[in-house]
Design a protein around this ligand. Structure first.
Ligand SMILES: NC(=O)c1ccc[n+]([C@@H]2O[C@H](COP(=O)([O-])OP(=O)(O)OC[C@H]3O[C@@H](n4cnc5c(N)ncnc54)[C@H](O)[C@@H]3O)[C@@H](O)[C@H]2O)c1
Ligand SMILES: [Zn+2]
Length: 328
């Protein structure tokens, strides 16, 4: 499971405290030490829970409910939906489902890569990748023919880009690695790539970053598992694999966008990969209305004011056009 990390979040070491200027009686000292130890254990256990399993259970929300068929709406029913009115700040979390209409298969959908071939999930696991040269060779062959290179943004990417260039303050938080939001014209500073990008390559040894295109030239020329030109280390795409930590700065920007949004759109994601999925709960906690646009049910549907099951490339343009002319 992709997990967040608290590294870098701890306060820096402070200067040494001045020497003790008073002393407690020994019995009281023992009690104080016991209380401090207990507090330390409780705080550490809480911190561990938050960082290792940072899914926020939706049962804790007063607005959580069990959905019925009536909670599903279509874009023909957007008229009069209060969540389309007066929106000034939007955050959109996008998953693989937004890019299937651009010809990039998802992983867990009915025709998904992992649904058809469960063993393929291993290729996205960091520990397997770094320990098995055969997996790396297969990964480089797969990167050579990745559908992202030829893919064009579809109507949903274009609509979100239009929103991101409009007066509505819009942030796109994506789990995708395909660069299609930027290709559609969304300003780069409005797109947060939680799981990195396939357009970059990173060395697991020295951290050097290079362009994917340069490395693919080497693979085409016969290097089946090209090593880092600087240190000879293992190269991988600049994407976050299972077992790797997310970039704390990107995750924290995404959490701020979710927290500040008044409308949070979760688009084309099973909402099962954490901590990305928990951003839905962060948004609702911050006061946003959550709308889930996905063919299949998700664990966060019970927090949503509406769920839309239509094809994403139809639904998202309809929602965006309503947001841009709310009274139409
Ligand atoms: N395009 C990409 O960059 C890409 C592609 C595959 C996987 N991934 C990575 O794999 C992970 C998979 O997680 P995920 O939860 O985003 O995707 P997922 O594959 O787990 O789920 C995609 C969801 O979208 C739905 N869906 C697909 N096409 C749709 C359509 N046209 N209309 C409506 N619903 C549609 C599916 O039914 C499914 O529920 C992501 O974190 C991402 O990093 C990225
Ligand atoms: Zn290196």
């Amino acid at each position: 499971m992709i997990s967040g990390t608290s590294r870098g979040l701890w306060p820096r070491r402070r200067a040494p405290l001045p020497l003790r200027t008073f002393s407690l009686p020994p019995a009281l000292r023992r009690k104080t030490a016991a209380v401090i130890l207990l507090l330390t254990v409780v705080v550490s256990a809480y911190a561990l829970k938050v960082t290792v399993n940072n899914k926020i259970p939706i049962e804790g929300f007063a607005c959580a409910r069990k959905l019925t068929k009536d909670d599903e709406v279509t874009t023909d029913e957007l008229d009069g939906m209060p969540w389309t009115q007066g929106v000034t700040r939007v955050a959109a979390l996008t998953g693989a489902g937004i890019s299937t209409d651009s010809g990039i298969p998802d992983f867990r959908g009915p025709a998904g890569l992992w649904t058809k071939d469960p063993a393929a999930e291993k290729m996205s696991t960091y520990q397997v990748y770094v320990s098995d040269p055969a997996v790396r060779q297969r990964s480089w062959q797969a990167r050579l023919v990745h559908p992202a290179w030829a893919a064009k943004p579809n109507a949903a990417h274009l609509a979100l880009a239009q929103l991101a260039n409009s007066p509505i303050d819009t942030h796109v938080i994506t789990q995708n690695i395909d660069g299609l939001h930027q290709k559609a014209g969304a300003p780069a500073d409005r797109v947060m790539e939680l799981h990195g990008t396939i357009y970059g390559v990173v060395c697991v040894g020295c951290g050097a970053r290079t362009e994917m295109a340069e490395t693919l030239v080497r693979v085409r020329a016969g290097e089946s598992d090209p090593p880092c030109a600087d240190c000879g280390g293992i190269l991988k795409s600049a994407t976050v694999m299972f077992g790797q930590a997310l970039d704390v700065a990107v995750l924290s920007r995404a959490a701020t966008s979710a927290q500040n949004a008044d409308l949070f759109l979760a688009i084309g994601s099973t909402l099962t990969v954490e901590p990305a999925a928990s951003l839905c709960a962060v948004a609702v906690k911050g006061g946003a209305k959550l709308v889930v646009i996905n063919r299949d049910p998700t664990p966060y549907d019970g927090l949503a004011v509406a769920t839309i099951r239509q094809p994403i490339s139809e639904a998202v343009p309809a929602i965006v056009s309503r947001l841009l002319s709310p009274t139409a």
